[in-house]
Write a protein that binds this ligand. Structure first.
Ligand code: PLP
Length: 496
């Protein structure tokens, strides 16, 4: 299997090259040349297997230049018992008749990003071996919370790698800050900057394209790389859990083989829902893909009009991991829906760069509205949904997942579609304790750990060990730096 770039189809690389390189040289994203098929017979066979076995199978269809031993090692290292508490890796919870929560947050950092970021470091280092790269890989991350911690935990003590994370000093939740500043591992470094997320992001991007620094890195046997979701190695692990969820529903006799179900995904950068689209295209019987946004509803508008317009006010919401106005992975979907029209992709994204707007062709619009439904949810509605779901079904969901629940209800009302559905549940509610607590209780205390205790008292939901333990963990990374000093900090940390 080869991978090609969304902006230049003639560029063909192996999966190891695609993962080691991250982004194609002309700025395109790598996509598989064709999608392997998953037949109903295959699903029937996979139904009897463990999550790890299902993952090895799905990955082997895409990463054909990895040996089976390499693949097995990667997958086992990612999802072994001390990282995930049960062999099922994900959990499916019955919300109400025909509606299931696919909980993707039982990993070490309690967010769905672990599903991909536990595996990516192993795929990346193995890819580096396959393409004969002997350099040390230095991962630079700018984070507004979830990605930074999940990447730190994924790359922690992985041989041949170092990871440096920058976060805005006042731009993350107290729990997220504590998660990062207490991070263990000999190859990790965490740094707060006096600025906002954009400042951190811009500084990191500048470092990536700094030719002089790249030369110094090369001389020192090091290479920068990125852990964000433009890398194919972050996307492919996400296809696995959609295949696996269908198998689990089959196994529990909630659905019959071949029965079509809908999928609902709280969406930001479009990685998670794109994985569902790929799973569907491979043959998993998914029908409508329901894309749920918060008030940064660029995607809702796009699905409904075919016009992508990022020129709007950026809103800080209570579902911060979806506060995003440029959804990078949408490029992969549009490439596919346009019949691999790299020229159109170049035009649209040049226009996005220049004016902040692009409009897709009529045929793409038609495909979009056939396969996707887009809706959004305000903060008020998010809180009301958390409360309603808790009161009615005794199920506590986080702010991101609540957005999906709300949009799913709107979808059913508008269409009358009664098919069964899985809703991707993307974070443990304790990661966003203050917002979740304020949705279910009128009394809100100041201290983060008092809030956790209160939410636990009200809901009875177990506090994950990883979050509870943080209270005792020693803070390893203190203080903050000015944004113009980020490059100097990187140079210092790497002894360049
Ligand atoms: C990152 C994230 C999302 C958005 O996922 P995308 O793949 O970027 O669309 C949703 N919920 C949570 C909790 C996240 O961390």
């Amino acid at each position: 299997m080869y991978f090609k770039s969304t902006r230049d189809q003639s560029k063909k690389v192996t999966s190891a090259q695609a993962i080691a390189q991250g982004l194609s040289a002309e700025g395109g994203l790598f996509v598989p040349e064709s999608l392997p098929a998953i037949t109903l017979d295959t699903l029937k066979e996979l139904k009897e297997k463990t999550y790890i076995e299902r993952a090895i199978f799905v990955l082997s269809q895409f990463l054909t230049d990895f040996s089976s031993e390499q693949l097995e090692n990667c997958v086992k290292n990612a999802y072994q018992a001390d990282k995930y508490k049960s062999e099922s890796i994900t959990e499916i919870s019955h919300l109400y008749e025909g509606t299931y929560m696919l909980e993707l947050w039982h990993g070490p950092t309690c967010a769905f990003k672990d599903m991909a970021l536990q595996l990516l470091p192993h795929l990346l280092t193995t890819s580096a071996t396959i393409v004969n790269n002997e350099k040390e890989i230095v991962i630079l991350v700018a984070t507004s919370g979830d990605t930074g911690k999940a990447a730190l935990e994924g790359f922690k003590d992985v041989n041949g790698t170092k990871i440096i994370v920058f976060y805005p000093v006042d731009g993350v939740s107290p729990m997220q800050k504590r998660q990062m500043t207490t991070q263990q591992g000999d190859n990790v470094y965490v740094c707060a900057i006096n600025g906002n997320f954009d400042d951190a992001q811009t500084a990191v991007k500048t470092i990536f394209t700094d030719k002089e620094l790249a030369k110094v890195m090369e001389q020192n046997g090091k290479l920068f790389s990125s852990a964000n979701s433009i890398n194919w190695g972050r996307l492919v692990p996400q296809i696995v859990y959609y295949v696996s969820a269908y198998c689990d529903l089959l196994k529990n006799e909630e659905i019959t083989l071949g029965e079509k179900i809908n999928v609902v995904v709280p969406t930001g950068n479009f990685g998670n829902i794109l994985a569902a689209y790929y799973a569907k295209k491979m043959g998993v019987p998914f029908d409508k893909l329901i894309c749920a946004s918060n008030e940064n509803k660029v995607l809702t508008d796009f699905i409904n009009t075919g016009i992508y317009n990022k020129n709007r006010e950026f809103k800080a919401t209570i579902s911060p991991s979806m506060d995003i106005l440029i959804s990078s992975n949408l490029e992969r979907l549009l490439f596919d829906l346009s019949g691999c029209d790299d020229q159109a992709i170049n035009e649209w994204f040049a226009s996005l760069n220049k004016t902040g707007v692009y409009e897709v062709s009529d045929s793409v619009k038609q495909e979009l509205s056939k396969q996707f439904f887009g809706g959004y949810c305000t903060d008020e509605e998010t809180k009301a949904t958390i409360k309603k779901v808790f009161d009615r079904y005794s199920y506590l969901c986080d702010t991101h997942t609540a957005v999906a629940v709300k949009v799913f209800e709107e979808y059913k009302q508008k269409t009358g579609d009664t098919k069964k559905a899985i809703i991707a549940s993307t974070a443990n509610p304790y990661k966003f304790t203050a917002s979740v607590l304020s949705a279910v209780s009128s009394e809100v205390c100041e201290d983060e750990y008092e809030q956790v205790a209160e939410l636990n008292r009200i809901s009875g939901l177990e506090v994950p060990q990883a979050l509870a333990n943080l209270k005792q963990c020693k803070v390893r990374f203190e203080g903050s730096i000015e944004k113009q000093d980020i490059k100097a900090e990187v140079t210092k940390v790497l002894h360049l």
